[in-house]
Design a protein around this ligand. Structure first.
Ligand SMILES: [Zn+2]
Ligand SMILES: [Zn+2]
Length: 438
């Protein structure tokens, strides 16, 4: 993700104002004063929860304290709560007093092995063990915001439960960034454990993500492709070792690897249509022990990003063909392990159009922005490929402030994004539950 530089934005009206309301009905086309009062009431508590989560970040599949805090909050609201879902996940069910559809709201809880370098008074100083190394831990992807916003949505909707036309199933998900090596986890495991199939069975799912490219008060979204499929490849190029002075006695895997890295870039430029989004990135090249020895093998590792399943298959096939050709031409060989992770996150276009009025009411039509898809990935995709899903972006950088990009030590989300996030997600849910087409 790129670092964002943000200009000033007048925010005074956002926290309290732009959701102008006037009817006791929860029908989406009519504003609701109860919602706004509830947001104002819960925001201080939710901001406090955000600080607590931010200051005590936990890595994927280790979200024990966070999950405890989440479960306690949901129980106090009177939701039906299930813990230990996909290891450390929490599911909370809020049944409205009126009949209506079942929808899911998903929030991710895990932090990253990043040492925070912000001036936030509640910044993380926590350290932990990650893959045998001591590292800092921080909410450098904003999942503290997502978790607290979803708790805020649960609070405000619970406060108007009697009028709520339907059921909301809150999914607090572990390990969005991927489980530790050798472990299962994340949205895939939650799905496999049946969260979309067990009663109450949601017919649509919503999620949001902090984005430093947007200012507090702005929402971004796409109709259709939103985030890319994320694959991970591990290649071994096998050659023949020799003295560095006698290359004719070797099959040099360094030269083969160099050719392979270059040739892999022709998939994007020469095998796929120019307008088809895709990325093949080699992120690791590792081989050799000494300057005057040609090594026996070289390790390449990297990622492929695509949107369409057929393109995903084509890229993997072309990688194998290219590696086969390049290594055989030099007298070497290769092995490749190709790990397909989350598929592309595709927003259901009809669902996006249906809930857009809710977003517009939450922040104002001019602050709801259709943005370009990104080649970053998101395991929300596992849910959205099963039932219609809508995943939108929440602006988190306050007026006059700056933030580093996602996953960087200087990523800095403002507390002011919390009431906006609660208002946006609650409005999206109410738009669906009370909107047309029920
Ligand atoms: Zn992330
Ligand atoms: Zn994230």
């Amino acid at each position: 993700m790129r670092t964002s530089h943000v200009s000033a934005l007048a925010l005074g009206s956002l926290v309290l104002g732009s959701f102008i309301v006037g009817s006791p009905s929860l029908h989406a086309s009519e504003p609701d004063p109860a919602l706004e009062r509830a947001i104002v009431r819960v925001t201080p508590q939710i901001v406090g929860i955000r600080h607590q989560i931010h200051q005590n970040p936990e890595l994927g599949n280790r979200e024990v304290e966070t999950a405890r805090l989440v479960a306690e909050h949901l129980r106090l609201l009177g939701l039906e709560v299930e813990t230990g879902v996909a290891l450390t996940g929490v599911v909370g069910v809020l049944r409205g007093g009126k009949p209506g559809p079942v929808v899911a709201v998903r929030a991710d809880m895990d932090a990253l092995p990043v040492t925070e370098q912000t001036d936030l008074p509640f910044k993380s100083t926590r350290r932990t063990d990650y893959l045998g190394q001591e590292v800092g831990v921080a909410h450098a992807c904003g999942h503290d915001i997502h978790t607290s916003v979803a708790l805020g949505v649960a609070s405000v909707l619970a406060s108007m439960r009697d009028k709520l036309p339907g059921t909301v199933k809150f999914l607090f998900q572990p390990a969005e960034e991927g489980p530790p090596p050798g472990e299962k986890g994340g949205a895939k495991l939650m799905f496999e454990e049946g969260v979309l199939d067990t009663d109450p069975k949601p017919e649509a799912i919503f999620g949001l993500h902090s984005f430093p490219d947007l200012e507090v008060g702005q929402l971004g979204y796409q109709e259709g492709p939103a985030m890319a499929a994320v694959d991970h490849f591990l290649i071994e190029i096998h050659g023949k070792q020799s003295h560095g002075a006698y290359p004719h006695l070797s099959v040099d895997p360094v030269v083969i690897a160099a050719q392979a890295v270059m040739a892999l870039q022709t998939i994007r430029s020469r095998n796929l249509p120019a307008l088809e989004p895709s990325v093949v990135t080699v992120g690791i090249v590792r081989g050799g022990e000494r300057f005057n020895i040609i090594p026996g093998s070289v390790h390449l590792e990297g990622t492929v990003r695509t949107f369409r399943p057929e393109i995903r298959e084509q890229v993997e096939r072309r990688m194998r063909e290219i590696l086969d050709g390049v290594t055989r031409a030099a007298g070497g060989s290769f092995t490749m392990e190709y790990r397909s992770n989350a598929p592309a996150t595709i927003n259901d276009p009809e669902l996006a159009r249906r809930v857009r009025p809710g977003m517009e009411r939450a922040v104002g039509a001019d602050k709801v922005i259709e943005v370009e898809p990104t080649m970053a990935g998101e395991d929300f995709a596992y849910f959205a490929e099963r039932i219609p899903g809508f995943y939108f972006r929440l602006g988190v950088v306050a007026a006059g402030a700056e933030s580093g990009g996602l996953h960087t030590p200087t990523f800095r989300a403002s507390d002011d994004a919390i009431p906006v996030g609660i208002r946006a997600m609650a409005s999206v849910v109410l738009e669906y539950l009370g909107g047309e087409g029920r």
